[in-house]
Design a protein around this ligand. Structure first.
Ligand SMILES: Cn1nc(-c2ccccc2)cc1C(=O)N[C@H](Cc1nc2ccccc2[nH]1)C(=O)O
Length: 176
C-alpha cells in the first residue's frame, strides 16, 4: 500500500513544538526541512495533513500559494514611523544606536545562545513581541517593501541581515 502521506519513501511528517509547525524528516539521511521534499505528491499530502495535522498555521501548515511565515525582532528609533512601543512610550535613540543594539542581538542569535523568537519577547519594539515576533503567514504587498523583499529572499530557517524599514531596524527569521 502506498504511503498515505504522499511523501517519498523514507520521509515522515513530524511536529515542531517550538514553532508549532509540521516539518518533514528523513530517517535514512536524518535530514529535516520545513517544506515537503522533491517527489512529494502534494495533493495527497494536503489530504493527509488536513486530517492529521491541522493547526494555527492553517490546514497542514502548508502556506497558501505565495505566502511565507516569518518572525522578526524590531528595534525602533526616533525617526521610526511610530517612535513608540509597548517597551518604551517615547523612543529617542538614534538609528545608529538602534543598529548597534540589533547587532548585539544578532550576535547572540547567530552564536546559538538564544533564538530570535525568544529574544523578541523582551527586546522587540513590535507588538508581535508577545507572539515571539511571529507575524504569521503573509504574501506580497502585505508588508513594507524593504521588509517583504528581505523576507522573501530568505530560505526557511534562515535569518536576515539587519533590514531597515520605516518602522525601524529588523532581524527577520523565515519559518515557512
Ligand atoms: C505587521 N504587524 N503584525 C503585528 C502583529 C502580529 C502578530 C501578533 C501581534 C501583532 C504587528 C505589526 C506591526 O506593524 N507592528 C508595528 C511595528 C512593525 N512594523 C513592521 C514592518 C514590517 C513587518 C513587521 C512590522 N512591525 C508596531 O507595533 O508599531
Amino acid at each position: 500500500m502506498s504511503d498515505p502521506t504522499g511523501l517519498p519513501e523514507g520521509w515522515e511528517v513530524r511536529h515542531s513544538n517550538s514553532k508549532n509547525l509540521p516539518y518533514y524528516f528523513s530517517a535514512a539521511t536524518k535530514e529535516s526541512r520545513w517544506e515537503p521534499p522533491a517527489g512529494t505528491d502534494t495533493e495527497k499530502l494536503k489530504v493527509y495533513m488536513a486530517t492529521n495535522h491541522s493547526g494555527p498555521a492553517g490546514i497542514a501548515g502548508l502556506p497558501a500559494e505565495g505566502k511565507i511565515r516569518c518572525a522578526h525582532l524590531l528595534v525602533k528609533h526616533r525617526d521610526s514611523r511610530r517612535p513608540s512601543s509597548w517597551r518604551e512610550s517615547v523612543i529617542t535613540r538614534s538609528k545608529e544606536e538602534a543598529i548597534e543594539i540589533l547587532r548585539g542581538h544578532e550576535q547572540r542569535i547567530k552564536s546559538g545562545e538564544v533564538r530570535l523568537g525568544d529574544l523578541a519577547v523582551s527586546e522587540s519594539d513590535c507588538s508581535s513581541a508577545r507572539k515571539k515576533g511571529d507575524l504569521g503567514f503573509f504574501g506580497h504587498g502585505e508588508m513594507q517593501k524593504e521588509f517583504e523583499d528581505a523576507a522573501f529572499a530568505l530560505k526557511p530557517g534562515e535569518i536576515s541581515p539587519i533590514v531597515e524599514s520605516a518602522s525601524g531596524v529588523h532581524l527577520i527569521e523565515r519559518y515557512v
